[in-house]
Design a protein around this ligand. Structure first.
Ligand code: ADP
Length: 334
């Protein structure tokens, strides 16, 4: 069970950490990635060498961090965790690389946001297990080579397309994480409910899974909201109706669209007549960063057939008009 402390503190991140699967065989869904990764890890263990560097690409909450931790556990290796934005200067990265122990896993989240000089240092470290520390400035500057213990880099990115080719090419294995199907999300929910000590009937799990945007992190988050709701309104008993009422209260609609998703669609229809409109114009209209709209909202809306990305911009489909209770214009897309 998840410790009562973690839960009582209401610290969502603590609970999230407690709900992470620890071993590859506990990791639900992503069957292909799991099998591929399992081979990479097993052969490395057999050869007694650190495995190839691994890149994981996919939207937020699909399990990239979880898999990175699992990789270290399966290898019985320590793991160092950092993120692209934290590696502003080459020195930040050098400090980490020079203190890695042999076989250690280095996890860099949001690796596409690393600063250029750090990135270039990383190329060399990945390939030759060495870094060049530049001392001094101008013509008198010298590079002092420094050995790095053989390590495994695990990079995670929500935007693989932004990775420069030289970096992407240095990963021996690229795992593409996709949205989870409803059955997989139901399994995630049943597992989490058991860890939280919560009784979750099958139809309630199905109701929550259907509204989880194909994403385990969202499934777990909605499960906790349903639990809160049940504690206050129905003596802690979760039924399908309780789940639906809770999720309506939190503005997650029957198709799983949340406020951001609906804001994107409403602006697209209301302000731009269904498009086409450019990403940044659309983002400004709802007061969000273009990256948030592109990474968080759009992939799901595209998958649901509500939005299309065309060379001329973002376009709402006829289904989007219907979803918002409007009549699609005769020339609506799709
Ligand atoms: P990411 O790093 O891709 O943003 P995380 O690895 O942090 O996503 O996953 C978010 C949450 O979803 C974690 O707390 C974990 O419990 C849960 N989760 C993710 N993938 C799975 C999975 N395959 N099986 C069970 N739970 C998962």
């Amino acid at each position: 069970l998840v410790s009562a402390d973690a839960d009582a503190e209401g610290d969502e991140r603590l609970v999230e950490a407690a709900l992470r699967p620890k071993r590859l065989e506990e990791f639900i869904g992503q069957a292909r990635v799991r099998e591929q990764l399992s081979l990479v890890l097993q052969s490395a263990l057999r050869r007694n060498r650190p495995p190839d560097h691994v890149l994981m690409s996919g939207g937020p909450g699909l399990g990239k961090t979880t898999l990175a931790l699992i990789i270290a556990t399966e290898l019985s290796a320590p793991i160092r965790i950092t993120s692209g934005p934290a590696l502003e200067r080459a020195g930040d990265l050098a400090a980490i690389l020079s203190t890695l122990s042999e076989g250690e896993v280095l996890f860099i989240d949001e690796i596409h946001r690393m600063a250029r000089p750090a990135e270039e240092m990383l190329y060399l470290a990945m390939e030759d297990f060495r870094v060049d520390i530049v001392v001094g400035k101008g013509p008198g500057a010298t590079a002092i080579p420094l050995e790095v213990a053989p390590f495994t880099l695990v990079g995670a990115t929500t935007r693989a397309g932004l990775l420069p080719a030289p970096l992407r090419d240095r990963f021996g294995f690229v795992a593409h994480m996709d949205f989870y199907d409803a059955g997989e999300l139901e399994r995630v929910l049943h597992r989490s409910a058991a860890l939280l000590g919560l009784e979750l009937p099958g139809d309630a799990a199905r109701e929550i899974a259907g509204r989880s945007r194909g994403t385990p992190r969202i499934a777990n988050r909605l499960l906790r909201r349903v639990r809160d709701f049940a504690e206050v309104r129905s003596d802690g008993v979760v039924t399908r109706d309780v789940a639906a009422a809770a999720l309506n209260l939190y503005e997650v609609d029957a198709e799983g669209l949340d406020r951001l998703d609906r804001a994107v669609l409403s602006a697209l229809l209301g302000k731009f007549g269904g498009g086409p409109v450019g990403l940044s114009t659309l983002a400004v209209a709802i007061g969000e960063e273009p990256e948030t709209v592109e990474v968080v909202a759009e992939p799901f809306l595209v998958r649901q057939g509500l939005l299309a990305r065309t060379p001329r911009g973002r376009v709402a489909t006829a289904a989007a008009w219907v979803h918002l209770g409007l009549t699609p214009p005769p020339d609506a897309f799709g």
